[in-house]
Design a protein around this ligand. Structure first.
Ligand code: NAD
Ligand code: UDP
Ligand code: UDP
Length: 336
């Protein structure tokens, strides 16, 4: 596209940094579930310096405690809805609550985080000439009428519903990313993340894999929300982190779906967790919440072709890894 401006000239300060070996990487929301796993992976590379900013709304310092005090690591308590001045080469912009019960808790704040937060990170990227990656979501497809969802689908989103603060917030965030790209030449990357699970998820944040695993461990009934035929496709967190880094390092702006195409109904998921963790536990049905998408499965053709990426961990291999983590944190051992 010829109307896209060339990237802004790096400042003399940043040019001088090219003589330094280190890459400075900002991770917003780095104290959260996906963010903390991303930080672990980035810190493995000795040439990376990682700065995390987080307001600890849904994340926790505990997720990063193993890095606190490390010379290549910095943790800043900061809310992305306020301007931020740091000098970095890359920005992974994850800050935003991801679980429905948390993003619906203060919907106005969720919108501000998505819109003003992303605007601030783009302003920062523009000032310092950094490349920025946004973790968008499969929720931009809403309750999809196309199945599986590929990136060309514009979605079926309720603009005034209880999930809109998140769905529409991310849609505006994507718009801002592309407008800064076209208008100011900012180097952007957009990942559309599908349901992700793994260790360090907030045990009581209400997301389905957490709920079922925690319920099975605690001997509580697994609560399938009606009708139970709705589907989701679950990606293990190490696969997700791998996809995000490939997207950042590659040449494509996206949006690119990153997720695992293995699709399950919520009843199937409950039965799988029951069989694997606690065959004696009961599976019950409970009321659902409004606007729950009926089906969701990523078409990952683009990720395969453009990033050479596909998920490696199947749901049945990921569940035990998450179970181990939850048992440790809940201090409930396996029964003999
Ligand atoms: P999470 O809630 O564990 O992490 C989000 C982090 O952002 C938390 O540490 C939280 O404290 C922080 N945060 C929230 N608002 C902030 C603000 N205003 N300023 C600074 N920090 C703030 O969620 P996650 O599952 O790790 O999700 C990370 C990103 O991936 C989010 O952008 C989310 O929308 C996206 N995503 C996740 C999933 C999933 O299944 N986990 C699916 C689609 C998209
Ligand atoms: N911004 C920021 N850090 C920076 C540069 C900008 O947080 O290093 C914020 C700034 O406060 C503004 C937003 O990013 O609210 C957008 O910045 P931009 O320069 O694009 O727009 P303007 O300030 O001209 O409205
Ligand atoms: N769900 C369920 N039981 C629960 C929690 C969620 O059956 O205890 C269902 C929910 O109705 C939805 C699916 O699981 O259809 C995924 O919900 P989640 O909140 O994990 O993620 P999202 O809706 O954002 O995909």
């Amino acid at each position: 596209n010829t109307s896209i401006k060339s990237p802004p000239e790096p400042s003399p300060l940043r040019k001088a940094k090219f003589f330094q070996a280190n890459m400075r990487i900002l991770v917003t929301g780095g104290a959260g579930f996906i963010g903390s796993h991303l930080v672990d992976r980035l810190m493995e590379n000795e040439k990376n310096e990682v700065i995390v900013v987080d307001n600890y709304f849904t994340g926790s310092k505990d997720n990063l405690k193993h890095w606190i005090g490390h010379p290549r690591f910095e943790l800043i308590r900061h809310d992305v809805t306020e301007p931020l001045l740091v000098e970095v080469d890359q920005i992974y912009h994850l800050a935003c609550p991801a679980s429905p019960i948390f993003y619906k808790y203060n919907p106005v704040k969720t919108i501000k985080t998505n819109v003003i937060g992303t605007l601030n990170m783009l302003g920062l990227a523009k000032r310092v000439g950094a490349r920025i990656l946004l973790t968008s979501t499969s929720e931009v497809y809403g309750d999809p009428l196309v199945h599986p969802q590929d990136e060309s689908y514009w979605g079926n989103v309720n603009p005034i519903g209880v999930r809109s603060c998140y769905d529409e917030g991310k849609r505006v965030a994507e718009t801002l990313m592309f407008d800064y790209h076209r208008q100011h030449g900012i180097e952007i990357r957009i990942a559309r993340i599908f349901n992700t699970y793994g260790p360090r998820m907030n045990i009581d944040d209400g997301r389905v894999v957490n709920n079922f695993i925690a319920q099975a461990i605690r001997d509580e009934p697994l609560t399938v929300q009606l009708p139970g035929t709705q589907t989701r496709s679950f990606c293990y967190v190490s696969d997700m982190v791998d996809g995000l880094i490939r997207l950042m390092e590659g040449e494509n702006t996206g949006p690119i779906n990153i997720g695992n195409p293995g699709e399950f109904t919520m009843t199937e998921l409950a039965e799988t967790v029951k069989e694997m963790i606690n065959p004696k536990v009961e599976v019950i049905t409970v009321e659902n919440t409004p606007d729950d998408p009926r089906q969701r499965k990523p078409d990952i053709t683009k990720a395969k072709e453009l990033l050479g990426w596909e998920p490696k961990i199947k749901l049945r291999d990921g569940i035990p890894l998450m179970e181990d983590d939850f048992r440790k944190r809940l201090e409930i051992r396996r029964k003999k």
